[in-house]
Design a protein around this ligand. Structure first.
Ligand SMILES: Cc1ncc(COP(=O)(O)O)c(C=O)c1O
Length: 347
């Protein structure tokens, strides 16, 4: 990813929600990531050890504002948001903390999660962020999370995205407030970001480990799935199935997204075998489409549907070569972290 971004003069700001690990973040920065993207205050706190350049891609309010204002003064923080309220509260918090904060205005280009709905609203929030004390309009951001179909079938949505971006930037130019940065990108679109020439910064996250969904949509190969959950077969008593010691508390209850697919993960070495049902600590492997019959005690490696949630559920990631564990990384930014003393939880 670093090489791709270098080749296409794109700034790489990987999303750390996938790994939540200082070790992986340090490698990303050493290989050329100019900054990091975070989703929670906890992630910004942990990742401030690795880089001063932090984008919090979440419209924070309340006690989260105080936490972000308590980051080391060396941290150059940008917050992505989509409302006048969020701008005003951020400005109030920044004034109280006597620090400057950047603002990305988020626009909705099809995902319909967050993001303002019109060009006029983008321009209005850009202007508001220029006017409010201690804030700096740092750019416009979008997340193309609605483009999740197989890479062969993305073209129509991709063309629509490109024309919407062109229209947005033209309008901002005419209004006299061109964004200093246009930030976008995701893993399913990672290798096509250069086809959106106006995008200056990309924020892929999942690419760092990949997962079953990413492989199924053709955005990576099965062999590119770097993270698996190691589980042990603990029961074969019920015919037609085997039970492993990894359930929803290890794998997450994440459906496949964008493409058809049964179950909550598939075996690395037997991709036709899926985790069909789960309890908290049990995963039921469906053996109906395989002649493979595991023994009790046998270990299997499960490629999860959605790796980011799995990382969040586990304390450590073990680096394995062959059968040897060569290093272990703590998932340092998992969880919510402590609220600083004196910071009210409400309000
Ligand atoms: C705002 C934002 N940017 C970037 C990403 C990274 O996307 P992906 O995991 O597809 O690489 C996400 C993922 O949820 C996101 O929410």
């Amino acid at each position: 990813m670093a090489a791709y971004c270098r080749d296409h003069a794109l700034a790489l700001r990987p999303h750390v929600k996938t790994h939540k690990s200082l070790r992986v973040a340090s490698e990303q920065v050493a290989r050329g990531a100019g900054g990091l993207t975070c989703a929670t205050p906890r992630e910004t706190e942990v990742m401030s050890e690795v880089t001063p350049d932090l984008l919090l891609h979440h419209p924070i309010l309340g006690s989260k504002l105080q936490r972000v204002m308590s980051l080391p003064r060396s941290a150059n923080v940008i917050v992505a948001l989509d409302s006048a309220e969020a701008i005003d509260r951020l400005s109030d918090a920044a004034q109280a903390a006597e620090r400057d904060v950047g603002v990305y205005v988020e626009v909705d280009l099809g995902m319909h999660r967050v993001g303002v709905q019109s060009t006029d609203d983008v321009i209005a929030l850009a202007r508001r962020s220029c006017e409010r004390p201690r804030l700096r309009f740092a750019g416009v951001t979008f997340y193309p999370g609605h483009i999740r179909e197989h890479v062969r079938e993305q073209q129509d949505k991709f063309e629509r995205l490109r024309s919407d971006l062109e229209a947005l930037l033209d309008a901002m130019e005419v209004a006299g407030c061109p964004p200093p940065v246009l930030s976008g990108g995701s893993t399913p679109l990672a290798w096509r970001a250069h086809e959106l020439p106006m995008v200056r910064e990309v924020r892929p996250g999942t690419y760092v480990y990949n997962d079953r969904t990413t492989a199924e949509i053709g955005a990576c190969e099965w062999d590119d799935c770097a993270l698996t959950v190691l589980a042990t077969v603990v029961s074969t008593a019920v015919p037609g199935q085997a039970v492993v010691d990894a359930g929803s508390k290890a794998l997450g209850r994440e459906p496949m997204r964008g493409v058809e697919g049964e179950g909550f993960g598939a075996l690395l070495d037997h991709p036709e075998v899926t985790v069909q049902r789960m309890s908290e600590e049990h995963g039921v492997l469906d053996l109906s489409s395989t002649s493979w019959r595991p023994r009790v005690g046998e270990q299997v490696r499960i490629v999860p549907n959605h790796v980011c949630v799995v990382v969040h559920l586990n304390d450590a990631i073990h680096g394995v070569r062959g059968d040897e564990v060569v290093e272990s990384w703590t998932v340092s930014a998992r969880g919510r972290g402590a609220v600083p003393a004196g910071a009210g939880l409400l309000g």
